[in-house]
Ligand binder design. Structure first.
Ligand SMILES: *[C@@H]1O[C@H](CO)[C@@H](O)[C@H](O)[C@H]1NC(C)=O
Ligand SMILES: *[C@@H]1O[C@H](CO)[C@@H](O)[C@H](O)[C@H]1NC(C)=O
Ligand SMILES: *[C@@H]1O[C@H](CO)[C@@H](O)[C@H](O)[C@H]1NC(C)=O
Length: 341
């Protein structure tokens, strides 16, 4: 075996010598004397290479196998810094990749990001600045049904999306003004959100949309005052939104309320002009106790039945319905069965 290899090497060296005129024969003749130092040299190189590779593998495993250290990267340039000691952890992972592993909507780094970046704004401490200060209940009837379902609950917690300007046909203003509720107003259209801020509502608010996927994502938001919605068009990297659209960051419902340390929502008003079922689909109903929910169904492709079926499967029962011939409201109001037991 060994002589065979030697013969083979000799052949190669001879060819090389011919081509490059390098004294390989000299090297080969003295190989025996040099053998031990050569072996030490080669072993050192191998050891160093191995060490580097092992280090690389450790970092690789740390990122991909340990969900708590997996970097959260979503949308271009929208990242959460990950504290790891290894340079390899700065590699970007596509959302598709990240979703293959466990990726919690309440991932602590995501919640930290939201809390550190003013995504959710505190209630105003100024007096209300409403267009119709005398109109306590601008809703089309939802607020009363909700109060009825909850026996006139005081100091509850609501989430309203889309919140529009915080006043027009608001389903939550009555609860806030007269029943001491706190809550979260979610409005994706930046123009509407600016108007909402001017109203000085006593609720938290966020200029975001609710994710239609179980993770944060950016969308093109079609701006149409009260009929604006998430567009089907994809956001193009580094490109401004076309006229009439805005680039808006969406967060999952559960992510937003988790960032507020809320796990019970007394009333969730959902009216997002067609994405209702997609939004509902992201909600882990086992982890958040929603007591009453109103869902506009008229713009969803499956209509009333699809919403009813979905919510029934999640343990809700139809409690009331609000319809309006002008289509200003076509909402099912559903109550969690856990309330009725
Ligand atoms: C009250 O709202 C109007 C718009 O309706 C706005 O122009 C005005 O600046 C607001 N006032 C305050 C004190 O925010
Ligand atoms: C929620 O809890 C976290 C951690 O305890 C805290 O930093 C954050 O301010 C809380 N958020 C709210 C809205 O209370
Ligand atoms: C995320 O939600 C799960 C399930 O409700 C819970 O067990 C876990 O403690 C939550 N994690 C954080 C960081 O809130």
């Amino acid at each position: 075996m060994i002589p065979k290899i030697q013969a083979y090497c000799n052949l190669i060296f001879k060819v090389k010598k011919k081509v490059f005129n390098v004294p390989f024969d000299y090297f080969w003749m003295h190989f025996h004397q040099m053998k031990s130092s050569f072996v030490i040299f080669a072993a050192t190189i191998c050891f160093l290479l191995g060490l580097g590779f092992y280090h690389y593998l450790l970092g690789y495993r740390a990122i991909f196998n340990d969900p708590s250290r997996r970097p959260v990267y979503f949308n271009d340039g929208f990242s959460v810094a990950v504290p790891t000691g290894n340079a390899k952890s700065h590699e970007w992972i596509s959302m598709r990749e990240a979703l293959k592993g466990p990726f919690a909507q309440n991932d602590s780094r995501l919640l930290q990001y939201i809390n550190a970046n003013n995504i959710i704004r505190p209630p105003s401490d100024k007096p209300y600045n409403l267009s119709n200060p005398d109109l306590d209940n601008p809703s089309m009837g939802q607020s009363r049904i909700v109060l009825h379902a909850l026996n006139g609950l005081k100091n509850g917690f609501f989430v309203e999306c889309g919140a529009l300007d915080g006043e027009l046909r608001s389903n939550t203003l009555l609860l806030e003004k007269r029943f001491g509720w706190k809550g979260l107003l979610i409005e994706g259209d930046p123009k509407n959100y600016d108007m909402l801020v001017d109203k000085h509502r006593k609720a938290w608010s966020t200029p975001a949309c609710l994710s239609t996927l179980p993770y944060p994502h950016e969308v093109l938001f079609e701006q149409h005052y009260n009929t604006g919605k998430i567009s089907k068009q994809q956001v193009v990297k580094d490109q401004d939104a076309p006229p009439g659209f805005a680039r808006v960051q969406c967060y999952p419902f559960y992510t937003l309320i988790s960032a507020m340390n809320i796990s019970t929502v007394d009333y969730f008003s959902l009216d997002v002009e067609g994405s209702e079922l997609d939004v509902l689909n992201t909600i882990p109903f086992d982890s958040v106790f929603i007591k009453v929910i109103s869902v506009e169904y008229i713009h969803d492709s499956g209509g009333r039945n699809a919403v009813k079926q979905f919510m029934t499967a999640k343990g809700f029962r139809v409690f009331g319905e609000v319809t309006d011939p002008r289509n200003w409201a076509n909402d099912l109001v559903l109550v969690n069965e856990r309330l009725l037991i």
